[in-house]
Design a protein around this ligand. Sequence first.
Ligand code: S3P
Length: 184
Amino acid sequence: MNEGSINHRNIILVGFMGTGKSSVGRKVASILRLNFIDMDEEIEKREKRSIPEIFGCFGESYFRQCERNLVKELAGRSSLVISAGGGVVLRKENIEDFSKSGLVICLDASIETIVKRIGSDKTRPLLAVDDKVSKIKELMSKRKAYYDMIKLHINTDNKSVDEVAEEVIRLYREYKYNINIIKG
Ligand code: S3P
């Protein structure tokens, strides 16, 4: 492998909950014939517990450590499309490792779209509150700076999974060689 392609082994989708990372990632992987990994599903499989159970039994910091360990492992692999959990950006080293292993793309969506997509979903412990809209706004504003560190963004408002997947593939082909995904 030449140096130019080192950064291009994987495609990693990050972004807030409800931005479509899993559906889009699955689609991209099937079109490009790459292996798809949903980090939350992988953690659930390994821990033999659902995400709400992991948060409930061991707390968020334990989950973040599971996430960190999995990032390290996946960053060493190739030919993957990875859908990361919305909080993966909270640890700088996760984004550093991912950026060395592939093309990192952040999917964005407005609060309205996120609320519409997440609806009454019960699988996200951080949103298990009465006032989901306020919680989403609060988390979004706390995380904005982290998501903003990613260079490549795709807005997913009013777009189908197929449309977003097409944009991901276009970026993947465009950025075939090295790119600094962390701004600055
Ligand atoms: C989280 C997002 C979830 C999951 C966990 C925490 C977050 O993943 O990892 O509930 O902190 O934003 P999705 O973004 O796939 O919903």
